[in-house]
Design a protein around this ligand. Structure first.
Ligand SMILES: Cc1ncc(COP(=O)(O)O)c(C=O)c1O
Ligand SMILES: N[C@@H](CCCC[NH3+])C(=O)O
Length: 415
């Protein structure tokens, strides 16, 4: 069910007309639906059901503290990749015992803080990281619960930039070397080996790569058990895809059922780290048409949102639907929707059949994940505001940046 609906030619989020939001708060603006976030998270929690485990929302997808707080209140855990994300989760009232810490470049300071907070597990991505974690844990007089993130060399069949489980990717420990590293982990001081972690990529639309990876993980888990190294949980990714255009990703319940079935008699808790499938279709980016500039080659519609607000089209040639907030009768044309940034790659959509006039408002759909979190200040553009809709209420969950925000911490030198 979508919480972004068309009623009498106007686009709504829950019970609020998006054109009213654009008029009141201005553009560009990210707008999220509380009901959508809730529903997408609960789909995972319900599919996990009574099976031991945790749904750890991947904070990188959308890290606004209001959203983290909503998820924390629903009982979510969190997958973080930096000390900054940990601070966000804690500020939002997340339970440190429900945090897993992923990422290839954790620093000693980040490890120490995470140990002090008593996080659930470190997903360790290399041998030197494992050695450092042990040292830091000894210094702190604490024990680090760990999973090793193994790289199963499985093709996730997604965009190469968001594939993470191939040998050539920087992520994880080659699965063929994993037993050796587990042996080392088992003998290191202040390290408690708990899990096997695997993440093969994002925006996966087929079950097969997940299940192929799981087969390889289970061979590893069984082999380790034979050596007396007992694994109590699996942390499984990649990320289920979403429908941006016509993709048909598996349903969360089917995905999880298939995984549970493969476990057979093994008593393994299950952890998941979904980001996109919770956040993407819970948000849109509102923008306004500034100018129409038809040329011999292209019809450019210059809009007030740009690649600094949403870099996905520029970075991955990602396609996101672009819809008018009010349907306009009249002749349509194929428009390239381009932003004000001085880059040829600054577009949010190309060849979109729309009837446009200057001043019209548009929504870039499916923008709740990897939208605001990847935004920048390029061209000294303030980052957009973020708004959360709950029924007929609109809440400002992040104010639009101003010039003072943009130069904070900069200094001119005296001579
Ligand atoms: C380790 C890890 N966990 C979780 C995620 C979130 O993935 P997604 O947004 O596809 O659900 C990613 C991103 O690919 C990741 O690398
Ligand atoms: N930022 C990417 C996904 C990266 C997933 C994180 N490993 C996107 O927008 O599709």
């Amino acid at each position: 069910m979508s919480f972004f609906t068309q009623r009498s030619g106007e686009l709504y989020v829950e019970d609020v007309r998006l054109s009213d939001i654009a008029a009141q708060y201005g553009t560009p603006a990210y707008v999220y639906s509380r009901a959508a976030f809730t529903q997408h998270y609960l789909a995972y929690a319900q599919a996990l059901g009574q099976h031991p485990g945790m749904i750890c929302y991947a904070v990188k997808a959308n890290s606004n503290i209001a959203l983290l707080n909503l998820l924390a209140r629903l009982g979510a855990g969190f997958d973080i990749v930096s000390g900054g994300e940990m601070e966000r989760v804690l500020t939002a009232g997340g339970d440190p015992k429900r945090i897993v810490f992923s990422g290839v470049g954790k620093t000693a300071a980040e490890m120490a803080k995470a140990l002090q907070m008593g996080i659930h597990c470190f997903n360790v991505e290399s041998e030197p990281e494992l050695e450092l974690l042990s040292q830091v844990a000894v210094e702190q007089g604490l024990t680090a619960r760990v999973s090793l993130r193994v790289n199963p060399d499985v093709d996730a069949k997604t965009h190469p930039y968001i594939s993470t489980g191939l040998k050539e990717n920087k992520f994880g420990i080659d699965i063929t070397r994993a037993p050796e590293v587990y042996r080392r982990a088992a003998e290191l001081p202040n390290i408690d080996v708990q899990g096997v972690d695997c993440h093969i990529g994002s925006q996966l639309t087929e079950l097969e790569p997940f299940l192929d990876a799981l087969d390889r993980l289970l061979v590893l888990v069984d082999g380790l058990a034979d050596e007396g190294i007992h694994i109590s949980h699996l942390d499984l990714g990649g990320g289920l895809g979403v429908t941006y255009r016509d993709e048909q990703p598996p349903a969360v319940a089917d995905y999880m059922d298939a995984i549970k079935q493969k476990l057979g008699e093994r008593k393994l808790a299950l952890m998941f780290e979904p980001g996109r499938s919770i956040a993407a279709n819970a948000g849109v980016l509102l923008t306004k048409v500034l100018y129409l500039k038809p040329t011999e080659e292209h019809n450019f519609a210059i809009i007030d949102a740009a690649m600094n607000d949403n870099i996905r089209p520029a970075l991955y040639q990602a396609w996101q639907d672009i819809r008018p907030l009010k349907e306009r009768r009249g002749a349509t044309k194929r428009w390239d929707l381009v932003g004000p940034v001085c880059e040829t790659g600054d577009f949010l959509g190309k060849d979109r059949e729309l009837a446009l006039e200057p001043g019209d408002h548009l929504a870039v759909m499916s923008a709740g994940a990897y939208g605001f979190t990847m935004a920048s200040n390029y061209n000294t553009r303030p980052r957009a505001c973020e708004l959360l809709v709950d029924g007929d209420q609109v809440y400002v969950i992040r104010e639009r940046e101003n010039f003072v925000d943009l130069i904070r911490g900069e200094h001119v030198i005296e001579h």
